[in-house]
Design a protein around this ligand. Structure first.
Ligand code: HEC
Length: 236
């Protein structure tokens, strides 16, 4: 037993050391409506995140797996989804694409700007990663040359081609919420989490039901076991 424990401790230590040597960056952790036992999509927050995405991010990033119809999964009615699409002169089934072409993107940023529609699934930390990046811009420390890029505390390597996209008061929310940097970052990360994995909430709710079922089943099995043993003891 002692040997097993020592081996376990050593492997945990080795894993931690490996992470540290890979330059593991601790992300900011946030509370999300779509995690935990009461997971749900907050429709108003998704609307605000959508407003940030379509007023800011869309000038560089596409959301090619998103069409306005997807909003119905988050509790919007078909008419609301159509109205929002209409405001952008779009059809409800049309993909949300940026006007920035791959060529222009390469010329300006030296790379093709990544699509954001599966970003919450594609990166370690998902929504926490997006939230951290958006709020992680800082002055570069003395001696760090960022070239044409920008210093970001949470981006691997710390030099990111994206200029800080959000600053206080940048968007106008239709529900009157104050558009602070933190608020916009949290809202747009929620929107991206939703479009990356719309089924996520259902899966978590299912997990809770399975747990409840298992608890009830175990209790019943225990009661049955007691009853059977009572009978056997009586007979013997
Ligand atoms: C002016 C153009 C521009 C705008 C506006 C913009 N981005 Fe970016 N974004 C970029 C570029 C360029 C990159 C690639 C950075 C790199 O790899 O160095 C990037 C990268 C990212 C990444 C990191 C992706 C990765 O590979 O890990 C995230 C997350 C991101 N953007 C989110 C957003 C969100 C959310 C918005 C809207 C609030 C937004 N961006 C607005 C240009 C932009």
């Amino acid at each position: 037993m002692k040997k097993i424990l020592t081996a376990l401790t050593l492997s945990v230590l080795a894993a931690t050391a490996a992470q540290a040597s890979e330059g593991h960056i601790e992300l900011k952790k946030s509370d999300w409506s779509f995690t935990g036992p009461r997971a749900h999509w907050d429709t108003m927050q998704i609307l605000r995140g959508y407003e940030v995405a379509t007023q800011v991010c869309i000038s560089c990033h596409s959301f090619k797996y998103f069409s306005h119809r997807n909003l119905t999964t988050a509790g919007f009615t078909e008419d609301q989804a159509k109205a929002l699409a209409g405001k952008m002169d779009m059809d409800v089934n049309q993909k949300l694409l940026s006007g920035l072409t791959a060529e222009d993107s390469k010329e300006t940023y030296g790379l093709v700007v990544p699509d954001l529609s599966v970003m919450a699934k594609a990166r370690h930390g998902g929504p926490d990663y997006i939230y951290s990046i958006l709020t992680g811009y800082e002055e570069a420390p003395a001696g760090v040359d960022v070239g044409n890029g920008n210093y970001n505390k949470y981006f691997p390597g710390h030099v990111i081609a994206m200029p800080a996209p959000l600053s206080d008061g940048q968007v106008t929310y239709s529900d009157g919420t104050e558009a602070t940097l933190e608020q916009m970052a949290h809202d747009v990360a929620t929107f991206i989490a939703f479009i990356s994995e719309p089924e996520r909430v259902e899966r978590q709710q299912m997990g809770v039901y399975v747990l409840i079922y298992l608890v009830i089943f175990t209790a019943l099995a225990y009661v049955l076991k007691c009853a059977i043993w009572r009978d056997i003891k009586k007979k013997s």
